[in-house]
Design a protein around this ligand. Structure first.
Ligand code: SF4
Length: 251
């Protein structure tokens, strides 16, 4: 299948079926060749997938770019890991912040821990602290890389290795680890001694914002510690949900 080009960007023609048969390294090599330096890895520093991709991309292109959405509510362990990555690879991590006045207005009106009170409040917080900063940042990119895997939850089952991200303005989104399993990720981490978030060793398979993540029992679904108080929670913050799925809001 040929993906349509964005009307805003000059993107190469893409045969997504052929890319689907490529390995993670091949997808990244293709992405770097076509898009670097207007390509960056979106890393949460709360999941080993992003750390694997940092390592892989750095081996392929030492000037490859990484960015992190600093929501203002990240765990100290996550902030520590950002600095460990800077030291280990000798490169900067681009920190993307929310729009201060918007967050300030939300907190003044709804309170500091508004997300526990309703799903609407939680989505508002995720939108202001994650989704909108991400959209602003990627306007300067032609493509970005994510660590999504199909077996992380039901929302991610159909994740392609390369897709057009319409919700974020029509840039390319590369998901090189789409067909990887957790064991494959952890095997890479071990073989290459990749730094990971220390909370993984304390029962957090996926680390998000401090107030919205908790440890889970061994063997529990990877993202079940996220927004645990929501009975029918999607386990998604809105960054990886299409406009179509959420009625045009992308949250
Ligand atoms: S995960 Fe929680 S604290 Fe972080 S942006 Fe979403 S609702 Fe806000």
């Amino acid at each position: 299948m040929l993906l349509k080009q964005s009307h805003k960007r000059e993107l190469p023609s893409i045969d997504s079926d052929a890319l689907e048969r490529q390995s993670a390294e091949q997808i990244l090599t293709w992405g770097i060749k076509n898009f670097h330096p207007r390509l960056a890895l979106s890393a949460s520093f709360g999941a080993p997938e992003g750390m694997v991709l940092i390592d892989m991309m750095h081996r392929l292109e030492p000037t490859s770019r990484i960015f992190v959405l600093d929501t203002g509510r990240l765990h100290p362990a996550t902030l520590d890991l950002i600095d460990r990555i800077r030291d280990r690879y000798g490169k900067s991590v681009e920190v993307v912040m929310p729009h201060g006045p918007d967050v300030q207005a939300m907190l003044n009106e709804k309170g500091m821990n508004l997300f526990y009170e309703s799903v609407e409040n939680r989505k508002m917080c995720c939108r202001l602290r994650k989704v909108e900063p991400m959209r602003r940042f990627v306007t300067e990119l032609d493509a970005y890389v994510s660590g999504l895997r199909r077996d992380q939850n039901v929302n991610r089952l159909n994740t392609p290795k390369v897709e057009l991200d319409v919700a974020n303005g029509g840039l390319m989104k590369l998901n090189p680890l789409a067909d990887w399993g957790r064991d494959q990720v952890m095997d890479y981490v071990k073989r290459h001694q990749v730094p990971t978030n220390r909370l993984h060793r304390e029962g957090f398979p996926s680390v998000g914002c401090e107030p919205c993540t908790r440890a889970v029992a061994p063997g529990a679904p990877e993202r079940s510690g996220r927004w645990w108080w929501e009975e029918d929670g999607s386990e998604e913050c809105g960054l990886h949900v299409s406009d179509e799925q959420e009625g045009g809001l992308g949250i």
